[in-house]
Write a protein that binds this ligand. Structure first.
Ligand code: NAP
Ligand code: ZN
Length: 351
């Protein structure tokens, strides 16, 4: 199989900064679409992967799974899009297609293992997959999304991960008019959770450690903000919420949030991967039939549903556009929770 060399930004170890490198893209198969990447969002998962926070990163690592661009080539069997169309790719580029999860459009829970857009197992070229911090990407059409024409391309990029990761649990736990939703953490995922929950008609509260984000949260659509390390404010929302979406990326005490759930309420962890500390107290869970759950991105059909919803409701991300060369500085700011509210790389800066 022939290959194309493209420019990318990647890291060679957990402690290196990201630098320009060359990677290979495959020649198109019949079902493949080649996309020239115009914008790529910067997700906290990119940073976790670059620095091997979760273990399992294969180097060199090229992050980026909030990809938007233009179709430059299509395989002979492609029907979804044509050359010149806008197109998007999120966190998934492959799954088995035949297991129970895939049959239910839950490719993210593929029982044979989904292929991540980066640091996944590349079934075509071997080695690991490389993400969107690059000039071009080649993806099976099943995993390519259509972008509603009215949406700004750069501000759409974050919908492909931050959007779908918060949309999927909002839909699964049936958020709509009358639902009381809370969001923990106002970063990339958190600000999309507010906009999407609001779009679905819910009443939305933000939990944040950062009082200076209060005004922004209200402008994003939140009805209220609770400063999470203020015990008085926390006590005032005891027993209030039906659904909480917790986007905090690092280990943190979940127990104070559980007590703010209503009877039968659910706290959905989407941020932190790993053991909880302090340990989870089951008393409020048992006495109020409360659940603590988790959720991973979303399937392809659901991602298209979310994009279409955003098109209809004019929902996009709040972004700060950066150059590819500024990615290492952007990671440092992300670590300080200083993102308002998603960095998006203008990929023409890599040319
Ligand atoms: P982000 O933009 O950095 O936002 C995280 C927010 O959490 C921060 O802005 C901050 O908000 C709060 N926060 C940060 N550190 C904290 C700490 N130590 N304790 C309490 N709050 C803290 O990150 P993101 O891109 O939204 O990603 C959030 C997490 O979701 C990451 O771990 C990422 O890997 C994960 N993720 C999961 C999925 C999935 O499928 N489940 C998909 C994408 C991303 P305040 O200033 O308001 O407190
Ligand atoms: Zn992500």
């Amino acid at each position: 199989m022939g290959t194309n060399i493209v420019k990318a930004y990647g890291t060679q170890s957990p402690t290196d900064s990201l630098k320009e490198i060359n990677i290979q893209r495959r020649e198109l198969t019949a079902n493949d679409i080649e996309i020239e990447i115009l914008y790529c969002g910067v997700c906290h998962s990119d940073l976790h992967t670059a620095r091997n926070d979760w273990g399992g990163t294969v180097y060199p690592a090229v992050p980026g799974h909030e990809i938007v661009g233009k179709v430059t080539k299509v395989g002979a069997g492609v029907t979804k899009l044509k050359v010149g169309d806008n197109a998007a790719v999120g966190c998934l580029v492959g799954s088995c297609g035949t297991c129970a999860s895939c049959k239910e459009d839950l490719e993210q829970y593929c029982l044979n293992g989904f292929v991540g857009t980066y640091n996944g197992k590349d079934k075509h070229l071997g080695g690991q997959t490389f993400g969107g911090y690059s000039e071009r990407v080649v993806v099976d059409e099943h995993f390519v999304l259509k972008i509603p024409a009215n949406l700004d391309l750069a501000a759409t990029a974050p919908l492909l991960c931050a959007g779908i990761t918060t949309w999927s649990p909002l839909r699964h736990w049936k958020v709509g008019k009358g639902t009381k939703v809370a969001v923990v953490g106002l970063g990339g995922l958190g600000h999309m959770a507010i906009k999407l929950a609001k779009g679905l008609g819910a009443e939305v509260t933000l939990f944040s450690r950062t009082p200076s984000k209060t005004k922004d949260a209200i402008e994003l659509g939140a009805d209220a903000v609770v400063i999470s390390n203020d015990e008085l404010q926390m006590g005032a929302v005891k027993g209030k919420f039906d659904v909480i979406i917790d986007t905090v990326p690092y280990v943190h005490d979940v127990n104070p949030y559980v007590t703010t759930l209503n009877v039968s309420g659910t706290l959905v962890l989407v941020g932190y991967l790993g053991g909880l500390e302090p340990i989870l107290n089951t008393v409020p869970m048992i006495l109020g039939r409360k659940s603590v759950a988790g959720s991973l991105i979303g399937g392809i059909a659901e991602t298209q549903e979310m994009l279409n919803f955003c098109g209809e409701h004019n929902i996009v991300s709040e972004i700060e556009i950066i150059k590819m060369q500024d990615i290492n500085k952007a990671y440092e700011r992300m670590l300080k929770s200083d993102v308002r509210y998603r960095f998006v790389i203008d990929m023409t800066s890599l040319k």
